[in-house]
Write a protein that binds this ligand. Structure first.
Ligand SMILES: Cc1cc2c(cc1C)N(C[C@H](O)[C@H](O)[C@H](O)COP(=O)(O)O)c1[nH]c(=O)[nH]c(=O)c1N2
Length: 252
């Protein structure tokens, strides 16, 4: 193929505002559970989110996703019932000291959010041999997750909150939603306008878990090999800024 005849994008660089917008969406995106407002989400906005998801990268351009919009209260109620069952089971899986804290966490907004959206993965979408998936079969699942992340960031840019709910038995969810056996549920998302976005993850604020120090999860050339070099120092400085809400104003 002659590369010069293919259409190209007019610009390589983003202008300052656009670049800022991308990082803003990344740092200000939150998992929303309890701050949903009942206001309906306009179809054009919801469509933009789904379009953004559909333009995610996928292995071999497989596009293994489907999108299922759930708006009916009785369907949401059934999913919520499944959540409650799984949430009770989950509590018993944690160490005793953490059980009460776990129970006190708000971990879904299924009924309060006006729209629920299911993103799935059809593992046989483009036949048995897929470019890039010949040796690592799970790449299709990761592709659908890329679609979720696109949607999540686009939603933040639209002023919409998204909460990912994974506390239910997948088989039961599929039954309730009539999803065929060969389709994998990747994400059950609650979407809607919010009263506010928190600055930090709710699990971080609840002291459930801290953001890991970047230098502890950074390796050079060999696993477990660290280096005190300028990249390491810059990453530490950027993390300190991000933790204090200074990333957008000081690092960009
Ligand atoms: C695959 C997957 C699955 C879930 C989540 C996320 C992801 C990526 N998260 C959200 C998760 O708790 C949250 O992303 C982290 O706590 C970090 O917070 P922020 O997303 O930065 O606000 C999530 N949250 C929740 O309240 N109930 C849930 O069942 C899940 N499930």
């Amino acid at each position: 193929m002659d590369g010069t005849t293919l259409p190209i994008q007019p610009e390589i660089d983003f202008c300052e505002n656009d670049r800022h917008g991308v990082y803003r969406a990344i740092f200000e995106r939150r998992d929303v559970r309890g701050q949903f407002k009942p206001d309906p989400v306009e179809d054009d906005k919801l469509a933009r989110l789904i379009t953004a998801a559909h333009y995610a990268p996928s292995v071999g351009f497989m596009q293994p996703w489907d999108f299922m919009v759930v708006k009916q209260q009785e369907v949401k109620q059934k999913v919520h019932d499944l959540f409650k069952t799984a949430h009770n089971e989950a509590a018993d899986m944690f160490e005793e000291e953490r059980r009460e804290t776990y129970r006190s966490l708000k971990l879904e907004g299924i009924l309060e959010s006006p729209v629920n959206l299911v993103i799935t993965c059809d593992r046989s979408r483009s036949g048995p041999v897929v470019v890039g998936r010949t040796h690592q079969k799970t790449m299709d699942l990761y592709s659908s997750v890329c679609a979720v992340q696109n949607l999540w960031l686009a939603a933040r840019a639209e002023g919409l909150g998204v909460g990912w709910v994974s506390i239910f038995n997948e088989k039961a969810v599929k039954e309730v939603l009539g999803i065929p056996k060969n389709i994998t549920v990747i994400a059950y998302l609650c979407i809607g306008y919010v009263s506010h976005f928190y600055q930090k993850p709710e699990l971080e604020m609840a002291n459930w878990r801290e953001r890991l120090a970047i230098e502890d999860i950074l390796h050079f050339d060999q696993w477990g090999q660290s280096e005190q070099n300028s990249l390491t120092q810059t990453l530490k400085d950027q993390q300190a800024a991000a933790q204090e809400g200074r990333f957008l104003s000081e690092i960009l």
